[in-house]
Design a protein around this ligand. Structure first.
Ligand code: ZN
Length: 265
């Protein structure tokens, strides 16, 4: 190999090395400048990206239903769960807005009832108590009269009892025997208890506020199949504030509340 050839090869190698060096230098410069910009911006390697990662929506684990525990006032009384004949309750006369009513209520909860009646009057919806505690013997008389009315109308004994049972509870199966129930209507109404009451401002007030005093609308319109009792917008049952709030907020009946308790152990 001649000297000329050797020199020319060396020059080519030197030229190639220079190109490689320039390329490497350029690359390093680009990385260094980028890194510097990153540091100036504050998003260096060790700094967490301040942009929030979009949240992945994960369906929340359903929290188990918080069903309030039963208390001294949540006893279920209906056709399947009658009271024993000797059921006793201590009662006191209800005073409605300073007026004696001649009607009795469970002494442990009568203050709550009176507070509700006062609040209703203050809200422009004065109420009167039509019926409250009934003894089982009085309930027997009501039931017998109703059965007789159906018999007079030509019903068979069995059919008369069945129909009467829809309107008047079979003795021992009426909540009125408990002493924790009132039938209330607006002051001034003299007629029979009927579903007209639904259209009054008094009823609206009761539905919105009764739970604050521990009461529930016991026989709602859409729950006749559950309660076995026709819709009674005038009939309110004391169950204590916590249970009342739960039942009213969830559109339940006392039967459904007990069913939920059973299903949730
Ligand atoms: Zn009633």
């Amino acid at each position: 190999m001649s000297n000329r050839q050797t020199r020319s090869r060396r020059r080519r190698r030197q030229k190639r090395n220079r190109i490689i060096f320039i390329l490497l230098f350029s690359l390093i410069t680009v990385f260094a400048v980028n890194g510097l910009i990153g540091l100036i911006k504050g998003d260096g390697v060790n700094t967490p990206d301040p942009t929030p990662t979009p949240e992945v929506s994960i369906a929340p684990t359903p929290t188990p239903k918080q069903i309030p525990q039963p208390n001294d006032y949540t006893l279920l009384v209906n056709r399947e769960n009658p009271l024993t004949e000797d059921y006793a309750v201590e009662t006191r006369e209800i005073v409605c807005n300073g007026q004696k009513t001649g009607k009795q209520f469970d002494v442990r909860a009568v203050d709550k009832l009176e507070a509700m009646l006062t609040a209703a009057a203050d809200a422009g919806c004065p109420l009167i108590v039509r019926s409250a505690h009934r003894t089982i013997s009085y309930q027997k008389m009501l039931y017998t009269n109703k059965v007789q009315a159906y018999l007079n109308a030509g019903y068979t004994q069995q059919a008369a009892e069945q129909e009467a049972g829809k309107w008047v509870a079979v003795p021992g199966t009426s909540e009125h025997n408990l002493g924790l129930v009132v039938d209330i209507v607006n002051v001034g109404y003299e007629g029979e208890l009927d579903q007209y009451f639904e259209d009054s401002a008094h009823f609206t007030w009761l539905v919105e506020n009764c739970a604050d005093y521990g009461f529930i609308l016991r026989y709602p319109k859409t729950k006749e199949a559950v309660t076995g009792i026709v819709y009674e917008p005038w009939h309110y049952r004391y169950v204590g504030e916590e249970v009342a709030r739960y039942i009213m907020d969830n559109d339940l009946t006392l039967e459904e509340y007990w069913e939920e308790l059973k299903q949730n152990g």
